[in-house]
Design a binder for this molecule. Structure first.
Ligand code: DON
Length: 585
C-alpha cells in the first residue's frame, strides 16, 4: 500500500519534560525517523501471520497493523504501538475503532508489573434507571441502541493518553501523527468498508454528518478504491494531539459533542465530559494448568468469567478427551452455562455494586458450582423467557502486541454495535457509541446480545455498563506467552476461553488456535451456537441425546487477533475470519 508512505509525515514536536521523563527503554534519536518508519514496515503488510524476534502486532485493520509495527521498529515499546493502533483504528476501522467509545487495555510491563486501564464509557449524570422504558414500563425499541440517549460518555481518548503518559516512550504528537495523516490525507477505501457504508446508508440517513462522512460529496456511495478522507476527524485528532485530553473533553470538541446531544435529546453535558477519567485497575488473575491468566476486571465480566470457566474445566483432562469431542463440548457448554448465569446475577460496575469477585474466581467455588455437572446429561437453563441473538452486525475490535523487552498489551475497544449509535458528531467527524445498551434496561429483558441482568448492572448516573470484553494475557513462569482477546459481545468470553484452551490443552500453535472453529453457550438463550466444523454431526447427535438443545450453526464467532511467544520467536496472527493483518520483525 505505497500511498501510505506519502500520507504520513514527521511530527517533529519536541517532547515536554514530563513526557521525556516518561520515556523508557529507547533513545529519542530514533523517533525523528518516525514517518519513514511506517513506510519501511511495508514488507509484512497484509499478511495474516508473521513472526519475528523483536516485536509483533495483530489487528483487524492492515493499516493499523502497519502503524503498530512501524512504531515498534523505530524504538517505541508495545504500549506505544498499542496506543498508536488505537488512534489509527478510529480512522481505518470506523465500525469499532473509535475515539467516541471506550475500551480496556491489559498490560504486562517489561519489569513484570501487571496493570489494566479501564476507559469504559459511563452513564451520563442525567441517566435514569428506567430511561429506556415507556410509561407502562415497556422497553422502547431502539432507544438504547439507535438514539442520542444510547450514547455513553466516551472514554477512549482519556484512556489512550493516560496509558501513553504512564507507560509509553513516545510523545502524544508522535503517537497520533499516523492516525491524523490517515484521516487528513485519506486512504484507498477497502471493499469491505465500502460495502458496510452502503449497507448502513439508511441508518446514517437521519444524521447529516454521518451521511456526509460515509458518502461522496455529491451523496453518491463511496466505492472501493476511492480515497476516503475524514477532515473533521483529522481536525479533532489535531486538537487532541495539541491539547491532550483537553482537546476532546473541553473546548471545541466538547462543545461539538454537547451541541450534537442537544440535536437529538442526548444527555451528555460539559460536566460529564470534564469529569470523565479512565481508571487504573488491578487485572484479575487466575491459574490454569501451570499458566497464569491475567485479564480484565469489572466493569468487564470477561476476566472473571474466563477464570471461573477455566477453574471449572481444570479438573478434567481436555487434552485426552480431545477438542470438539462430545465430552469436551459438553463440559465447556456446562461451564459456560453456569458462568453466564452468574454474570447475570453478580456482575456489574464494582464501583457501584458489590461484585463478589474473589468468590467467583475461587477454585473451590468453581468445584461446588460444577458439582451438579452430569457427564451423561445436559442441565437446563433457568425457565425465564428466551433471549435473542443480535440482528445487527456487531463490532468491537481487538489488538495484540508484544515486544522483545517483555512488554505485552491486550487491547479491546468498541462503539458497541457496528458503527455504534451511527451518529457522527457534527463538525467533529467521529462516531458515538451506543454502549448504554450494555446496561440492563429492565431486569430479565435481554440486550442486543441476548444477555440479561438485574440490579448489579442497572443504569445509574456515572456508572459504567457491564462489558464482556476480555483482553487477556497468559504468562508462563512470569513471562508473557500469549496475548489474546476478541470482539463478539457475549461470545467474546467463550472465544477467549477457546483460544486459551486450544493453546494450553490442545498444544496448538497460535495460527491454529485462532483459526479453529468455535462454539458458544451463554445460559440464556439455551442454545449452542457453533461455527461450521466446530461441532461435527456425530458430536451434535451425541450431545442432543444427553439433552443439549438449540444447536444453531452460525458463521464468524469472534475475531481473535493474537500474539504468541515460543522461545525467542514472537508470532502474530490476525483472525482469518476477517481481513485483518499481522506483522512482526
Ligand atoms: O462491552 C461489551 O461487551 C460489548 N459492548 C461489546 C460489543 C461487541 O463486542 C460487538 N462486537 N462484535
Amino acid at each position: 500500500m505505497p500511498l501510505m508512505c506519502g500520507a504520513l509525515e514527521i511530527v517533529g514536536e519536541p517532547m515536554t519534560s514530563i513526557e521525556s521523563d516518561m520515556r523508557r527503554q529507547r533513545p529519542a534519536a530514533a523517533l525523528a525517523l518516525f514517518a519513514v518508519v511506517v513506510c519501511t514496515a511495508l514488507p509484512s503488510y497484509g499478511s495474516q501471520e508473521a513472526s519475528g524476534r523483536e516485536g509483533a502486532v495483530a489487528s483487524r485493520s492492515p493499516l493499523a497493523t502497519q502503524v503498530g509495527i512501524g512504531v515498534l521498529r523505530q524504538g517505541g515499546n508495545a504500549i506505544d504501538a498499542a496506543v498508536a493502533m488505537g488512534f489509527a483504528l478510529a480512522v481505518t476501522h470506523p465500525s469499532a475503532g473509535n475515539i467516541g467509545g471506550g475500551g480496556f487495555m491489559v498490560i504486562r510491563l517489561a519489569d513484570g508489573e501487571l496493570v489494566a486501564n479501564d476507559h469504559r464509557e459511563k452513564a451520563p449524570l442525567e441517566a435514569r434507571r428506567d430511561m429506556f422504558q415507556d410509561d407502562n414500563g415497556a422497553i422502547v425499541e431502539g432507544l438504547s441502541t439507535a438514539s442520542h440517549l444510547a450514547v455513553g460518555v466516551p472514554g477512549t481518548v482519556d484512556g489512550l493518553l493516560n496509558v501513553l503518559r504512564r507507560h509509553g516512550t513516545l510523545t502524544r504528537q508522535q503517537i497520533i501523527a499516523p492516525a491524523l495523516a490517515l484521516a487528513r490525507d485519506g486512504f484507498p477505501l477497502p471493499a469491505d468498508l465500502a460495502a458496510q457504508f452502503e449497507r448502513l446508508r439508511g441508518r446514517f440517513e437521519p444524521y447529516p454528518a454521518s451521511l456526509a462522512k460515509f458518502t461522496r460529496d455529491d451523496g453518491s456511495p463511496l466505492a472501493a478504491g476511492d480515497v476516503f478522507r475524514q477532515p473533521d476527524l483529522a481536525a479533532t485528532l489535531a486538537r487532541i494531539a495539541e491539547h491532550g485530553r483537553g482537546g476532546f473533553y473541553e473546548g471545541t470538541t466538547a462543545d461539538l459533542i454537547v451541541t450534537e446531544m442537544a440535536r437529538g435529546g442526548g444527555l451528555i453535558s460539559h460536566r460529564d465530559l470534564a469529569e470523565y477519567r479512565s481508571v487504573w485497575r488491578d487485572p484479575v488473575r487466575g491459574t490454569y494448568r501451570g499458566h497464569e491468566i491475567v485479564s480484565m476486571p469489572p466493569p468487564s465480566s470477561g476476566g472473571a468469567l474466563l477464570i471461573q470457566m477455566l477453574n471449572m474445566l481444570e479438573p478434567y483432562d481436555l487434552a485426552s478427551l480431545g477438542r470438539g469431542s462430545p465430552p469436551t463440548v459438553h463440559l465447556m457448554v456446562e461451564a459456560e452455562r453456569r458462568a453466564y448465569a452468574d454474570r447475570a446475577e453478580y456482575l456489574g460496575d464494582a464501583d457501584f455494586y458489590d461484585v463478589p469477585l474473589a468468590r467467583l474466581m475461587d477454585k473451590d467455588y468453581a468445584r461446588s458450582r460444577f458439582a451438579d455437572f452430569d457427564p451423561d446429561a445436559a442441565s437446563r437453563s433457568a425457565d425465564i423467557g428466551a433471549g435473542t441473538w443480535p440482528t445487527e452486525s456487531p463490532e468491537t475490535t481487538h489488538v495484540s502486541v508484544m515486544d522483545a523487552h517483555g512488554n505485552a498489551v491486550a487491547y479491546t475497544t468498541t462503539l458497541n454495535l457496528g458503527y455504534g449509535s451511527k451518529i457522527v458528531v457534527t463538525g467533529a467527524g467521529f462516531l458515538l457509541n451506543n454502549e448504554m445498551d450494555d446496561f440492563s434496561s429492565k431486569p430479565g429483558v435481554p440486550n442486543s446480545f441476548g444477555l440479561v441482568g438485574g440490579e448489579a448492572n442497572a443504569i445509574e448516573p456515572g456508572k459504567r455498563m457491564l462489558s464482556s470484553m476480555t483482553p487477556t494475557l497468559v504468562l508462563k513462569g512470569g513471562e508473557p506467552v500469549l496475548v489474546t482477546g476478541s470482539p463478539g459481545g457475549s461470545t467474546i468470553i467463550t472465544t477467549v476461553l477457546q483460544v486459551v484452551t486450544n493453546v494450553i490443552d490442545h498444544g496448538m500453535d497460535v495460527g491454529t488456535a485462532v483459526a479453529t472453529p468455535r462454539f458458544h453457550h451463554q445460559w440464556l438463550p439455551n442454545q449452542v451456537r457453533y461455527e461450521p466444523g466446530a461441532v461435527s454431526a456425530d458430536t451434535r447427535t451425541s450431545l442432543e441425546k444427553i439433552g443439549h438443545v438449540g444447536f444453531r450453526e452460525t458463521p464468524g464467532i469472534g475475531d481473535a487477533n493474537s500474539v504468541m511467544r515460543v522461545g525467542d520467536e514472537i508470532t502474530a496472527r490476525s483472525d482469518p475470519r476477517n481481513a485483518g493483518a499481522a506483522a512482526a520483525y
